[in-house]
Each structure stands twice: as C-alpha cells, then as structure tokens.
Design a protein around this ligand. Structure first.
Ligand code: NAD
Length: 297
C-alpha cells in the first residue's frame, strides 16, 4: 500500500483518486472546495484542511488542477512539506513552460517529478482507462508507473520533463483541426443533399477517415454512439478544446513554429463558444458552422 496525496478532486481528479483508493492505496485528499472534500470523504478517503498537510507523509503526490499558474502555486506550497524521494505526478493539462518550471521546482526540493497529462475524459477517469502521456526522468517514470497503470489503460513515456504536455497539446491541436474538417465535410454533404449515412459510409472507409469521423462522428444517428446523439452534451467540452488549442498556440509562439490551421481552429472554437457553444461538446461546432453564412471570399 502506498500513501498517495491527491490534490484537485474535480470532474477528473475525484474518479482517479477513487480508483487509487479501490486498488488498496491510502489516499490523502485535498481540494480548496469543501464540497469536493465531502465527496472524497464519502468515498472513504482521509481529507485534509491544507495541501501541505495532505502531502506530508505521502510517497506519491498527484495533482489534477485547472492550469499552470495554479499548479505552480500548489507546487510552491507542497514541495517544502513533501517527503524526500517522493514522486510528484502532475496530471493537469498545462502549458509546457509551466510544466518545465514545475519539474525544476521539484528537482530543487529533492523530489522525482512527472508531467503526466491524460486523454480519455471523465468516462476514462471513472473506468481507469485513461491514456497517460508522461514526461520526466526514467526513475520518476518507473516509480509512478504502477499508479498510472491503476488510473489508465495506456501509459506512454514521451521523454524528458514537459514532453507529456507537448504530446498532449500536439494531439489535441490535431483533434481540433480534424473535428472542424469533419464538421465541414458533413455540413457540405448535407447542403449538397447527400444522406449523412452515405457520407459516413464513404468517408469512414476512405482517405478522409479519421477518429473525428469514425469514432466520434459529429452528426446524429450515424457511426458509433457519440455526443451528437445526445444533443452535443459533453463528452469533451468545447471550452476544454479551446483551452488546449490556446496552449498549443502559446507553445508554437514560444518555439517560433507556424501552425496556421491550429490558429484558425482556435479562432473558430472561440467564435463557437461565443455563439451558443458554451457547455456543448466540441463536436457541436458543426451546428455553428452550418449556421455560418459563406462569404464571397
Ligand atoms: P475541475 O475544474 O472539475 O477540477 C479542478 C479541481 O481543482 C476543482 O475541484 C478545484 O476546486 C480544484 N482546485 C483549484 N485550485 C486548487 C488549489 N489551489 N488547491 C487544490 N485544489 C484546487 O477540472 P477537471 O475537468 O477535473 O480537469 C482537471 C485538469 O484535467 C485540467 O487541467 C483539464 O484541462 C484536464 N483534463 C480534463 C478533461 C475533462 O474531460 N474534464 C480531460 C482531459 C484533461
């Protein structure tokens, strides 16, 4: 049994912590929101009134927080209280620069660290089937791996500190772009009078096939069950897609890489969120695209 401190018990963090607890580990929980702590206590976890208290005796610390600024402020609070040799696993999706800074802080405090963002959403967190993209030393990865295997179905060591976040934002930038492409193809097919099922049968087995079409088709009633079949209830919220696209843009500008499609996808998701997309799945952008009148350009 490992003593694990879990900081950030939101939509993702709570089910991940529950899986660690159900696997027989002692989970020491902290969140700034009392309701989150109550849910953790109801699941049998020991709860603490501060993050340093929660991490004090832990061999592993997992953070699942909203953004890089919060992760760094939590790291600054917990690192002085953490046990020497403990591993700190940040599974939040944050910017690469903050992730590297977090590794630097952990290293200075004598701790092993891993940036280990996830894909698979709330469903994957509950089922323990998340994909972890990990960045950090081999020693940190080996120590964290048994815990990641409880929370996830696929664990990839991507390289040094920050490379988990790099992998995550590159993947999600491509996902945002490909979803917009899929939506445009089905919107145009509809306006041309093509039956959506026929469009799906062709595209999903031809060179246009991709995850956004084959697995997560943005049109109701065709392909496997997806948020389109549930009035675009998330799934993966458009807000989170925009967050990840903006992280990719931030990283691209830091390293001077042109990503024009990623930039345009960020702009379109921003417009979608301002025009009915708030609280919708990211595939719901098809509705926004269908309602957008084509200019003459
Ligand atoms: P959430 O907002 O539901 O949870 C975040 C939790 O962190 C909240 O309970 C909040 O109270 C807590 N928190 C905030 N500041 C804190 C602090 N200083 N100390 C302790 N706790 C604090 O968000 P979520 O959906 O669970 O996402 C968490 C992370 O996972 C984000 O970085 C997100 O981008 C990423 N992610 C989310 C999904 C998803 O589908 N929800 C999928 C993949 C990755």
């Amino acid at each position: 049994m490992t003593k694990i401190a879990f900081i950030g018990l939101g939509n993702m963090g709570l089910p991940m912590a529950i899986n660690l607890k159900n696997a027989g580990h002692e989970v020491r929980a902290f969140d700034t929101v009392p309701a989150a702590l109550e849910k953790a206590a109801a699941e049998g976890m020991e709860t603490f009134s501060s993050a340093p208290e929660a991490v004090k005796e832990a061999d592993a610390i997992v953070t699942m927080l909203p953004n890089g600024e919060i992760v760094l402020s939590v790291f600054n609070l917990i690192l002085p209280a953490a046990k020497q040799g403990a591993v700190v696993i940040d599974s939040s999706t944050i910017d690469v620069t903050s992730a590297r800074k977090a590794h630097e802080l952990a290293g200075k405090a004598g701790l092993l660290s891993l940036d280990a963002p996830v894909s698979g959403g709330v469903g994957g967190a509950a089922a323990g089937t998340l994909t972890f993209m990990a960045g950090g030393s081999a020693a940190a990865f080996e120590k964290a791996k048994p815990l990641l295997e409880i929370m996830g179905g696929r664990i990839v060591h991507c390289g040094d500190g920050g490379s988990g976040q790099s992998a995550k934002i590159c993947n999600n930038m491509l996902l945002g772009i490909s979803m917009i492409g899929a939506c445009e193809a089905f919107a145009l097919a509809g306006k041309l009078g093509l039956d959506p099922q026929a469009a799906f049968d062709v595209i999903s087995t031809s060179s246009g096939s991709c995850w956004s079409v084959n697995t997560y088709c943005p049109v109701p009633g065709v392909g496997p069950q997806s948020p389109a079949d549930n009035d675009y209830k998330p799934g993966f919220a458009a807000e989170l897609m925009l967050k990840d696209l903006m992280l990719a843009q931030h990283a691209a500008s830091e390293v001077g890489q042109a990503t024009p499609m990623g930039q345009y996808a960020s702009m379109l998701y921003n417009h979608f969120l301002q025009h009915g997309g708030a609280g919708k799945d990211f595939s719901g952008i098809i509705e926004y695209l269908k309602s957008t009148v084509r200019g003459n350009g």
